[in-house]
Design a protein around this ligand. Sequence first.
Ligand SMILES: [Zn+2]
Ligand SMILES: [Zn+2]
Length: 222
Amino acid sequence: MIYVLLFLSVFIGYFLALFFHRRGITQSAILLAFSGAFLLSVTLFELLPEVFENPSKELGLLIMSGILLQIVLDFFSKGAEHGHVHLPAETFQFPWMLFISLSIHSLIEGVPAASNDSMLVGIMVHKVPIALILTLFFIRARLGTARILIFLLLFAAMTPLGSFISSELEVINTYKTQINALAIGVLLHVSTTILFESSRDHKFNLAKLTAIVIGIVVAYFV
Ligand SMILES: [Zn+2]
Ligand SMILES: [Zn+2]
């Protein structure tokens, strides 16, 4: 069931992108701000206390490693995980580097998604605007529908695959807390960057602020 849900959120993003594209909407900032606040909140409310049931300095180090890992992945994904793509639109090939870094990120996300229902919802909500932004970019880069769908299909498969591996493989299950700590670092980097970039020019924006507050409140009660 959770595999289907994780899969579905990418395609909700895809269909939203088609709708946005047809309507000429290029802004997905409010949806992104909501998803960032929501993801950060469930990470802080649910995953962090779960991982720190037995506090240790090692767990803090793993969280830092997750942040560092996401910084490195960002070199290759050019920010796709937090809401924008800077690939050259001309001479467009299948974006392998983007795909590989998104896949590593998504596999890691699969571990907390499998162990915690609120995290599952948080990661689903996070995937919708990312899939939307990727699709809009691919449409603008004139990537064919078949190639867009293949990319999204493989991208959508990664998080459920991570969840599957984490519940089926004994080794992963043994180190679940450690991997969850690493995932916290990844998620903290992604969600705080979304929030940071949603107010990049420090202009007050009531709609975005409202979206952020709603994200926090909904996450608290989910
Ligand atoms: Zn960025
Ligand atoms: Zn992600």
